[in-house]
Design a protein around this ligand. Structure first.
Ligand code: ZN
Length: 440
């Protein structure tokens, strides 16, 4: 049996408790706001090579439930879920609107970041640092928040609105949007118009993309007579390959001159960039310097804008850059389509011949946004798979006054820019879902 505490022990204990309490004030529950919901999504690492797709999907599903949206999880490859949300319109016979974003992100090197890349740390100025802040988790949450607000305001769409969250975009989209776009599930959605990701702009206009360039990988292999390093003779593997490299370098220069002269944007020309050269007879730590090898190889990253006839480039590769006559063979890997199913270039009209464009443009302006001149994206997104189905698709991420940091260290988005984007989408979604034209 213990003695009852005397008054000294009592006050001593009370003082200790008070001190302890001051050091650890009771935890404030985190407020549940559009910005914290964005931060919480950013904290789920969906970076390659091991994206946690299921954590992201279950988070987004919970968000959808809280908004009252119907959700479905589809699989076009094992362990690569695709989340599809639907807000039914009052006239389901009208083509629907699809808002797309990808779940995955590129990796991040934490040691190169000012704040851990999956902390979604928000600075006093409102900068939210995270991998995926710009590319493209911002639009995923903006779509949801815009729909949340429209629903709360009592808005009812006429046409159906779908929101898709797809896996694998950052590694080519083959097990994600590529399979989704040709699936029966996709056909059933009767999509008439798609909004997909765009890019930030340091200026105050919102960029919009009506096409992507198509990436091609070209591997040129040369064979030739081997020989002593001292001999001059025709038809060595190196000589044959070097001729190709010279021709391609000249072509590259001519294209780049157009950009330098201001006649074309970077994304409007064919880019040809050498990415590796491989040859030589390995000897010890280096190469035998007195031997001319019998084989040589080079790899090129080529990007084709939709304004170019891809057949002409294929012909140039076969006849000029890698002709059999110079003992060359080549492998061309075309990573994605250059034409839609009817044979038309993968470009979305950005004029009044496209009724979706006119409504979209007006809706951005109505929200106080200023659209930049429509551009071709220099790289590639999932939009190409939708365009291939003949569906008008725009790349659009409303990030103004924001440095372009996708795939870079210290990727961030400012909270006020994020919140402004929600307003822009409210305007776009309500306008596009309530006009009655726009059949494909
Ligand atoms: Zn992206």
């Amino acid at each position: 049996m213990s003695n009852p505490p005397n008054s000294f022990t009592f006050f001593f204990t009370l003082t200790l408790l008070l001190i302890a309490n001051r050091a650890h004030p009771p935890e404030q529950p985190e407020p549940d706001t559009p910005v914290t919901r964005f931060q919480n999504y950013l904290r789920i690492s969906t970076a390659h090579p091991s994206p946690d797709y299921y954590a992201a999907v279950s988070y987004l599903k919970a968000q959808a439930e809280s908004i009252g949206l119907h959700s479905r999880t589809l699989h076009f490859a094992p362990d690569k879920p695709l989340l599809l949300l639907t807000w039914p319109g009052s006239d389901p016979t009208l083509p629907s609107l699809l808002l797309n974003s990808h779940l995955d992100s590129v990796p991040a090197e934490p040691s190169k970041w000012a704040h851990p890349p999956f902390s979604a740390h928000r600075t006093p100025e409102g900068h939210i640092f995270a991998r995926g802040a710009q590319d493209d988790k911002c639009i995923a949450i903006q779509y949801l928040e815009a729909i949340r607000n429209l629903k709360a305001a009592g808005f009812n769409p006429i046409r159906t609105v779908h929101v898709s969250f797809v896996p694998e975009e950052e590694i080519g989209g083959l097990d994600g949007a590529a399979k989704f776009a040709v699936s029966d599930e996709f056909k059933d959605l009767k999509v008439g118009f798609v909004l997909d990701e765009g890019q930030a702009n340091p200026g105050d206009e919102i960029r919009v993309f009506y096409a992507d360039r198509t990436p091609w990988n070209l591997i040129v292999k040369a064979k030739g007579m081997p020989g002593h390093g001292s001999r001059m003779f025709d038809n060595s593997a190196m000589e044959n390959l070097m001729k190709s490299v010279e021709l391609m370098a000249r072509f590259r220069e001519a294209q780049f001159d157009e950009v330098k002269a201001g006649n074309a944007a970077n994304s409007e020309v064919i880019s040809v960039n050498p990415v590796y050269f491989k040859s030589g007879i390995v000897s010890g730590d280096g190469y035998a310097m007195n031997m001319q090898p019998s084989e040589a190889e080079a790899g090129f990253d080529i990007r084709i804008p939709p304004t170019v006839d891809p057949e002409l480039v294929r012909k140039r590769i076969a006849e000029e850059w890698a002709p059999e006559a110079r003992n060359l063979t080549y492998k061309l890997i075309e990573k994605g389509p250059t034409r839609d199913y009817t044979g038309r270039p993968l470009m979305t009209q950005t004029d009044d011949s496209n009724p979706w464009w006119s409504i979209f443009k007006q809706a951005v302006a109505a929200a106080g946004g200023k659209l930049a001149k429509p551009e071709i994206l220099a790289s590639t997104t999932d939009a190409r798979f939708m365009r291939q189905q003949g569906i008008p698709t725009l790349g659009f991420s409303p990030m103004t006054n924001t440095p372009i940091l996708l795939h870079d260290h210290n990727e961030f988005l400012k909270d006020t820019i994020f919140l402004k984007g929600i307003k822009v989408y409210e305007s776009i979604i309500s306008a596009l879902s309530s006009f009655e034209g726009g059949s494909r």
